[in-house]
Design a protein around this ligand. Structure first.
Ligand SMILES: [Zn+2]
Length: 424
């Protein structure tokens, strides 16, 4: 629906001038207020008798709330309550996000006011806004919400608190509690909103898997090799994979117990992995059906390290490129395809030679494409077991390989390996 249609809708509902409504609507949407929320707030402004114009909406079970409900009254138990700071209309706001549950279901909420919510509280939220997020309804608790705490707690089939394992975390999760080992940690200086600032970034691990993290307000407890308990972290997508965010509102404490970081990556079908939208550590098995252009011997810009074509960098123009090796191979398992990217070391393995060997081969043939051709001969048509980070974005599904090994459960590969042995 266009803004114009929304305005027309509202204007006829409320019996006010369309242009007036439209300019109000435009204003709110420009401040990145979701359009449904903006409409609700205008309904309140112009006094719509049907919803929120004074009357309290009827009480609903969580399971019965749909994105079409404008406002609802709901009673439930706060499962999680995580603080986060966001930039809104040019200034810093602290919001609280989490999940609320009753006997029938659980729903995400965002509280724009400080209601003092804590996990385990039973609340009634009168006139809570409902908005749609990713096809699911979500509660908005704000100025116009009448919030009260209840003494009686309903029986709910959910656990209070946000305890989670890394493998279960998804983009959008809020107020999670994890116990992890810091597998990898580096201090970096970034250009933040308020000038240069130091952050920590690296990789967390637990029994279930590994995930990258960013710690926006470096906690001394987060150091390589240490084990920590982190409360009130949130998960956001970064470069196509979910990332744990540890903020100024998170609580970090050292753990005495050791955590075994699971060595096994989750094995998935290619199609299934692509549908997740990105996985940090995944294992895929499939056939290499092609080696894409831009593989083999390549040149990178000395400034930005991007691949240059015919000595031209898209940003830095004419440059003296640095020679490098890489492979972009298309892996297919019948359920889907991904582009597997091999770094210089993995490329040396599949090429069967070093960068110097590749340069020699290219000089002799007076064509650097021969290196990619050799790699094609070695890997196309064979089955591989690949492990690495899968990102899915507008550039497609790309897997940055950490390991790339010929699959030993491929009978054809086993047979040919056997024949090679017999030949030798
Ligand atoms: Zn460049």
């Amino acid at each position: 629906m266009e803004l114009d249609d929304h305005a027309e809708d509202l204007a006829s509902d409320l019996g006010v001038d369309k242009e007036e409504v439209k300019s109000d609507l435009q204003n709110l949407v420009e401040y990145s207020v979701p359009v449904d929320e903006a409409k609700q707030s205008l309904r309140r402004k112009y006094g719509d008798g049907s919803s929120g114009g004074g009357g309290t909406p009827s009480a609903k079970n969580v399971a019965d709330i749909t994105p079409d409900d404008g406002n609802v009254t709901v009673t439930g138990v706060v499962l999680t309550a995580g603080k986060r700071s966001i930039r809104y209309q040019g200034s810093e706001h602290v919001i609280v996000e989490g999940r609320l549950a009753d006997e029938t279901g659980a729903i995400d909420y965002t509280a724009w006011e400080d209601f003092g919510l804590s996990p385990g509280d039973t609340i009634t939220a009168g006139n809570a806004g409902v908005r749609e997020w990713d096809g699911e309804p979500e509660l908005n608790l704000g100025e116009s919400t009448a919030l009260s705490f209840q003494d009686e707690t309903p029986e709910i089939p959910y656990e209070i608190g946000g305890e989670a394992q890394l493998a279960d975390l998804q983009t959008g999760d809020r107020a999670v509690t994890i116990e992890v080992t810091v597998v990898d940690c580096e201090r970096r200086t970034i250009d933040g909103r308020d000038g240069e600032t130091e952050i920590l970034s690296g990789v967390f691990g637990d029994e279930s898997g590994r995930l990258p993290f960013t710690n926006w307000d470096p906690a001394p407890e987060i150091e390589e090799g240490g084990s920590v308990r982190i409360e009130n972290a949130y998960v956001q997508e970064f470069r196509g994979v979910p990332e744990v965010n540890v903020s100024e509102f998170s609580t970090v404490s050292r753990l005495e117990r050791e955590i075994d970081v699971g060595a096994d990556a989750t094995t998935m079908d290619v199609g299934e992995a692509v549908r997740t939208g990105g996985v940090y550590d995944v294992e895929l098995v499939g056939n290499v059906i092609a080696v894409r252009d831009g593989s083999g011997l390549i040149q990178r810009c000395p400034e930005c390290y991007r691949v240059v074509q015919k000595g031209q960098c898209r940003t830095h123009g004419d440059v003296d490129g640095i020679d490098d090796l890489r492979v972009k191979a298309i892996l297919d398992d019948g359920t889907g395809t991904v582009t597997v990217v091999l770094d210089d070391e993995l490329t040396e393995d599949v090429y069967g030679g070093t960068l110097d060997d590749a340069l020699d081969q290219a000089r002799e043939a007076m064509d650097q494409e021969v290196v990619a051709d050799t790699i094609r001969e070695h890997i196309v048509g064979r089955e591989y077991r690949v492990r690495g980070h899968l990102s899915v974005d507008e550039y497609g599904a790309n897997l940055d390989a950490e390991t790339f090994e010929e699959s030993d459960d491929d009978p054809v590969a086993r047979a040919s390996a056997f024949l090679e042995e017999v030949d030798a």
